[in-house]
Design a protein around this ligand. Sequence first.
Ligand code: SAM
Length: 239
Amino acid sequence: MNLALLFDEDFVAPDRVVLRGRRLAHIRSVLGANTGDRLPVGRVNGLMGLGEVLSLTDSEAELSVTLDQPPPPPLPLTLILAMPRPKMFRRILQTSATLGIKDIWLINSYKVEKSFWQTPWLSDDNLRENLTLGLEQAKDTKMPGVHIRKLFKPFVEDELPALLHGKEALVAHPGTSAPCPTHLNRPTALCIGPEGGFTPYEVGKLEEAGCQSVHLGPRILRVETAVPVLVSRLFDACL
Ligand code: SAM
């Protein structure tokens, strides 16, 4: 946690917050903070700054906060992801938030197992918790939006063309002939397949909607690896 993300319910006055639970444990055990220390904080979807520890007990920390810095710029990326296996999903969500992705679409695909959609990690609370962990890692405050589409064909035919409007549109697909572009740095929509890959029918439908198939070389990457590799190829955000 490189920044404590603050939510409306943490504020007890316009410039005071009380933190409990995970953030308190981190402040005490990992940061070893004491009264008077200043810690990086940020208000969700708002400014970042410092919080001065006013009091610290076993059950809560009270901080006086000054918020005057904007969060880092978001990536101009819409990530369209075939719903990953639950074990990987949490990590991919956190990584996506850490990388600055703000628009995430979870879609169905032939090789997405039906049971993946039952995972508790898709509940609003769990989505928020994992995206929060990703934002706190990066020192960012802007909460990504997550959209869930459990039917592939209606999504691709009825929604995707509008979503791609004004963007570069790519589908990462191993074995295709075009290498993934580098340094694109423009609004982009990127589709990433499931563990078993998109089927030829699905790739055809994504291409019909306007996506270009691109590859990352002969090595097949896990989705959790493909996401940061693709992002760092397409955007110079870390320069
Ligand atoms: N056997 C599957 C296939 O050939 O499509 C492998 C799928 S891979 C584990 C999961 C997803 O990561 C792929 O659908 C693709 O979107 C992305 N990916 C992984 N390695 C890739 C590569 N070398 N080129 C392009 N996309 C890749």
